[in-house]
Design a protein around this ligand. Structure first.
Ligand code: NAP
Ligand code: G4F
Length: 331
């Protein structure tokens, strides 16, 4: 049975990757950082099928200890301070975890067992103020946030350890991917959860920032499969995973509200509090290398994604069908 160690297993991607690897009959070890609250809601359903172990990307000794004790075949480094706005208010923490954390894990692998295959969760945020569209593996980076800068470091240190120490280390350059397990602070989930709250009568408005930026949005379970495919390939290499389509935040909002028969303009308030010091205006990826070499493709369209997320949030708030579809609800 192959063994995988996942950092960030309590996050959106870590939880879907654990689901996927269990289906492939992996032994899954999930790294949890010490917390007084212990929020494991995304992995509750598989808690008895995975090993949860304590470790932190800030602490090299904890990573070396975990690799020595569990001897994984594959390490998926998904842990990060991943919320872009926080990276301006906590830039050093973001650098410690999202940038230097990658070096700590790579060093732990170099010290303990150079045969461990390593996946780094790189990001389309590295392209930032984009130099070309669509963005591909060779597109030059121009990050626009401390988070993006940290991810550029994580990408290059992964390439560097591959070339310096002959590690099987790969960087997945993933465009935005979403799901009902997405954190509530990210735009897509903020919108779909906000719509469900309005339908449930818990609120009447949704305050958002820039409606004009464009993203290439896909469905998270498709993307975690792509991570695994990269580690099964015979050569370590870097890949873009994306849908190849781009949509504005405004389009996401319109479809989400439209799905429950509401006009977004009656509910959305643009609040400059959510504007960013520097914005990434346009992301659209070219996934053709991943398709050609790995056979990877996305399976859920943009519209399907928005709708499945709204439906999941409605179900979570236990909103019934008549309430959802009736345009005559008195808010
Ligand atoms: P997420 O939901 O924010 O999860 C982040 C995970 O990192 C959580 O499990 C968190 O643990 C853990 N973590 C944070 N700091 C840590 C530390 N110091 N030591 C150990 N673990 C720590 O992120 P996601 O959406 O699943 O994304 C997964 C990875 O892909 C991230 O690296 C992200 O930057 C990258 N990425 C995401 C996207 C996307 O669209 N989702 C696109 C490109 C790249 P707690 O639960 O304890 O907070
Ligand atoms: O959903 P977002 O917060 O995601 P963002 O910044 O694109 O980053 C996500 O995707 C990256 C991959 O490209 C990951 F690396 C990263 O970890 C994260 O998962 O914001 C999307 C867009 C932005 O342009 C933002 O300005 O939505 C805009 N937006 C407008 N109003 C808002 C809001 N974003 C948030 N979070 N909240 C708002 O109220």
């Amino acid at each position: 049975m192959p063994k995988a160690l996942i950092t960030g297993i309590t996050g959106q991607d870590g939880s879907y990757l654990a689901d996927f690897l269990l289906e492939q009959n992996y032994d899954v070890v999930g790294v949890i950082r010490r917390s007084s609250t212990g929020n494991y809601s995304r992995i509750q359903h598989i808690q008895d099928r995975i090993q949860m172990v304590q470790g932190d990307l800030i602490d090299l000794a904890s990573l070396i200890g975990l690799l020595e004790e569990h001897r994984p075949d594959e390490v998926y480094n998904l842990a990060a301070q991943s919320f872009v706005p926080i990276s301006w208010s906590q830039p050093i923490l973001t650098g410690e975890v999202t940038a230097l954390g990658v070096t700590r894990m790579l060093d732990a692998i170099r010290i303990v067992d150079k045969d461990i295959r390593f996946y780094q969760a790189s990001s389309s945020e590295m392209f930032g103020k984009v130099r070309e569209a669509p963005q591909r593996e060779e597109t030059p980076f121009y990050p626009r946030s401390p988070y993006g800068v940290a991810k550029v470091y994580g990408h290059w240190i992964t390439v560097n350890y591959r070339e310096s120490y002959d590690l099987f280390a790969v960087s997945g350059m993933l465009f935005n991917h979403e799901s009902p397990r997405r954190g509530l602070e990210f735009l897509p989930r903020k919108v779909t959860h906000g719509v469900a709250r309005i339908v449930a009568g818990l609120s009447n408005e949704l305050r958002l920032g820039n409606l004009d930026s464009r993203r290439d949005w896909g469905y998270a379970p498709d993307y975690v499969k792509g991570m695994w495919m990269m580690l099964q390939h015979d050569q370590p290499d870097d890949f873009v995973l994306a849908t190849g389509e781009t949509h504005t935040v405004g389009e996401f909002v319109r479809i989400a509200f439209g799905h429950v028969g509401l006009d977004w303009e009656n509910h959305v308030v643009v609040d400059p509090r959510y504007y960013r010091p520097a914005e990434v205006d346009l992301l659209v990826g070219d996934p053709s290398k991943a398709k050609r070499i790995l056979g990877w493709e996305h399976s859920v369209s943009f519209e399907e994604l928005v709708q499945l997320m709204v439906d999941a949030d409605l179900a979570m708030l236990e909103v019934t069908e008549p309430q959802r579809t009736s345009p005559n609800i008195n808010w």
